[in-house]
Design a protein around this ligand. Structure first.
Ligand code: PLP
Length: 424
């Protein structure tokens, strides 16, 4: 597999290099030079998840990784199901929260860890990533206990749910977590600064594991196929998919699935009040506002770092951005949507509720709607219990960590301090 840097197309790398490096020159994102068109979609859809994913990722990545190695990586990563549930007439939920940290980021995180363990050279590796909630948990759990790989995770102090924090800040071992006194965008800026620091990068073998690493996106392609596999051929004919979006990695993966030939009629990018993309699609002007805190905090991102990949795909495929649906909900509307779903017999959480609501408002006659449920309701226990006036039992995976003490360090949004910390 050959990839190029979207900012500097002459910088070209292999899959292994892209996985190790994360970002290219000037923080440019790597993107596959070619995406094959698969002609055997129906055959693929008839296969079980792991076997189908081995074929899809084999086609994407090519012979750079021996088939038996790649197959083992996928088997180790995809150890849990992604069921589709019916929510309303013509509307289905793809539940991506049955992994070890109860969020969709387990798919990308676990495959990324496997990929890195496979393609790593000699020497130390330090994973540095910023999280607005769930990436942190998925990365921490995916890498926990892997030899010679250090993990450092930055997150905005007080801006993620206490349970989310417990899930990844209680591991210890090769996982260090840092609460930054600032918002998520500031954490992300610190990570970018670290990657720009050549000396630091070399010394500690810096590697990013957030949604910018291409291996994460490739893994996520597989669950769009899994969703289609659980629908009937008729439902697949006019399939509209609503993606709750923050950094837009999830949507990018869906667009790659469509490029591969998966029949998806159109996508809808659903956001919270951090609505840079919906406004851009309406006005043509890219005008990020300051990030605001919302109920769906894993989507509190006003400068989505995967957006250049979305535009690249539209350009390369000759698609028009006017075909990309979008919608944004504020917190009051999110609460209303969550209640409506619950009344319909489906228990969701704020991120999935946004995707559901925007979808149901935009779905047309004859279309089948699918929205992505990116987290287990219990991961947003406080809000869900308050909004629905119910009590949610903690799933075992969360309960276990909830009882452990937090091991995080605390820091200002100060690069000099972070640098010293990383070199320690
Ligand atoms: C990360 C996350 C999102 C946003 O996904 P992107 O790929 O960043 O757009 C949505 N919901 C939840 C629960 C998340 O953790």
């Amino acid at each position: 597999m050959n990839l190029y840097n979207i900012k500097h197309p002459t910088e070209q790398v292999s899959f292994a290099q892209a996985v190790r490096q994360g970002l290219g020159k000037d923080q440019g994102l790597f993107f596959p030079e070619t995406i094959p068109h698969l002609n055997n979609i129906d055959e693929l859809l008839a296969l079980p998840l792991v076997e189908r994913s081995q074929k899809i990722l084999g086609a994407l990545i090519g012979d750079e990784i021996p088939t038996d190695k790649l197959n083992a990586m996928i088997e180790n990563a995809f150890t849990f199901p992604a069921p589709v549930a019916k929510v309303a007439d013509n509307i289905y939920a793809l539940e991506l929260f049955h992994g070890p940290t109860l969020a969709f980021k387990d798919f990308g995180g676990r495959f990324m860890a496997q990929a890195l363990a496979t393609v790593r050279g000699d020497g130390k590796i330090t994973i540095l990533t910023a999280t607005s909630g769930d990436t942190g948990a998925a990365v921490a759990h995916a890498f926990y206990g892997l030899e010679n790989i250090e993990v450092v995770i930055l997150y905005p102090k007080g801006k993620i749910s206490p349970l989310q924090e417990k899930l990844f800040c209680t591991l210890g071992g090769n996982i260090r977590t840092v609460a930054i006194n600032a918002d998520f965008d500031a954490c992300q800026a610190l990570v970018k600064q670290a990657f720009d620091d050549e000396t630091l990068r070399q010394t500690i073998g810096l590697n990013s594991a957030n949604s910018i690493n291409i291996s994460r996106l490739l893994a996520q392609v597989c669950y769009y196929f899994e969703a289609a596999a659980q629908l009937t051929a008729e439902q697949r004919q006019n399939l509209v998919v609503s993606v709750p979006s923050g950094n837009f990695g999830n949507l990018t993966a869906g667009l790659i699935a469509k490029t591969l030939g998966l029949p998806i009629k159109r996508f809808i990018a659903s956001t919270n009040a951090n609505d840079t993309v919906p406004r851009y699609l309406q006005t043509g002007e890219w005008q990020p506002h300051a990030t605001v805190a919302t109920l769906s905090n894993a989507m509190d991102v006003s400068r989505p770092n995967n957006w250049p990949r979305v535009e690249e795909l539209f350009k390369r495929n000759g698609w028009s951005l006017s075909d990309l649906g979008s919608g944004a909900l504020n917190d009051a509307q999110t609460e209303t949507a969550l209640k409506a779903q619950y009344a319909q017999g489906y228990l969701c959480e704020p991120h999935g509720a946004i995707a559901y609501q925007v979808l149901s408002e935009q779905l047309q006659a004859g279309e089948t709607g699918l929205f992505l449920c990116t987290a287990h309701p219990a991961k947003f226990k406080e809000s869900v219990e308050r909004i629905l006036d119910i009590e949610l039992p903690l799933p075992e995976a969360l309960d276990k960590h909830n009882k452990l003490p937090l091991l995080s360090d605390e820091m200002e949004a100060d690069f000099v301090a972070l640098r010293a910390y990383l070199l320690k």
